[in-house]
Design a protein around this ligand. Sequence first.
Ligand code: PGA
Ligand code: ZN
Length: 400
Amino acid sequence: MTLLTDVQLRPVLDSRGNATVEADVTTEDGGFGRAAAPSGASTGEYEAIELPARESIEKTTEHALPHLEGEVDVNHQRDVDNALHEADGTGNFSEIGANSAVAISMAAAKAGADSNGVPLYKHLGGAFRGENFPIPFGNVIGGGEHAKDATDIQEFLGAPVGAPTIEDAVFANANLHATVGDILDERGVGAGKGDEGAWAPPISDADAFEIMEEAVTRVEEDVGFEIRFGLDVAASEMYEDGEYVYSDTTRSPEEQIEYMADLIQDYDLIYCEDPLDENDFEGTAELTEAVSDTDCRLCGDDLFVTNVSRLQEGIDTGAGNTILIKPNQIGSMSDTMDAIELAVRNGYETVISHRSGETEDTTIAHIAVATDAGFIKTGAVAGERTAKLNELMRIADRAA
Ligand code: PGA
Ligand code: ZN
């Protein structure tokens, strides 16, 4: 029994300059954990509800902290998370805000780890794991909701599948990011960066595919191992009145399925996230079947929102074979672990993910190692992204 004795909540800056919630949790034996909530821009319709940071802090302080301080055991994470759910009372954290809930939940896990004198990934169940490392997806070209006047497809992601070590993988993605920058330069295309540090050039999706292929070839020659790439289409963001609206065309749902299947086959994509609208389980199942002879991980982000009921619907209908895991989409560590467990039991791959608005928090790196996730999606460059990548390399080095 290790009582949680104190929770402090404060607004801090996220990577977009918005206020987000940071939580400090202290235990009776001096254990300490600090965590901060990330925040999405292309958020799914069915995510847990984030409130403005200060409003969430005020409501959580009033309604939830009395049920936590001196009341729960940090070695029983479910007690912490149940107390948060009970204090909230809505099922989706719309009363106290999923941002405060997830910050407290993650900070309590870290305080538990600290109190036990183990790294977070071990506290989360990684005593027999921590040997395999996730393949990092590196966002190197992007647009959609993360950058104006750039690609329609939200993210083009490097996947250094042949990297012998996590260090090789992380640096290969950074190399890919730099190489894409060089190719844009050579083509005379000026580009800023989007919210996740990816290049956000004013080019078509077709040009982005060409540049990705070129960049992957160059980096493969340089590093000597296989690199592939994938996409986060974030298709819900372009779905309007029954059609997918691109800058240069519109596609019906059937045309979108065909287009996605062609892209997966033509570019040997290892990954394709949210290829269809977040309500289209049937279409996603159709696409999953259409590309079942490839090794493409067809992933639900807005489709599943880290929610076991939505994932179960995917399992039942055959929609996708991979789930994106974002703790703040569901609001607690326990709910996050439940989604991972349901996925693993049903043969779904897991991708532990950052949000477009991030902080220096590294919890997702530990979740990925603790649960033996196949992949982690956390950008390629920018401090709030490298925080997670550097933590992965520290864990590999056993220094974390
Ligand atoms: P978000 O984007 O954090 O803005 O939702 C990331 C994603 O869609 O995967
Ligand atoms: Zn996504």
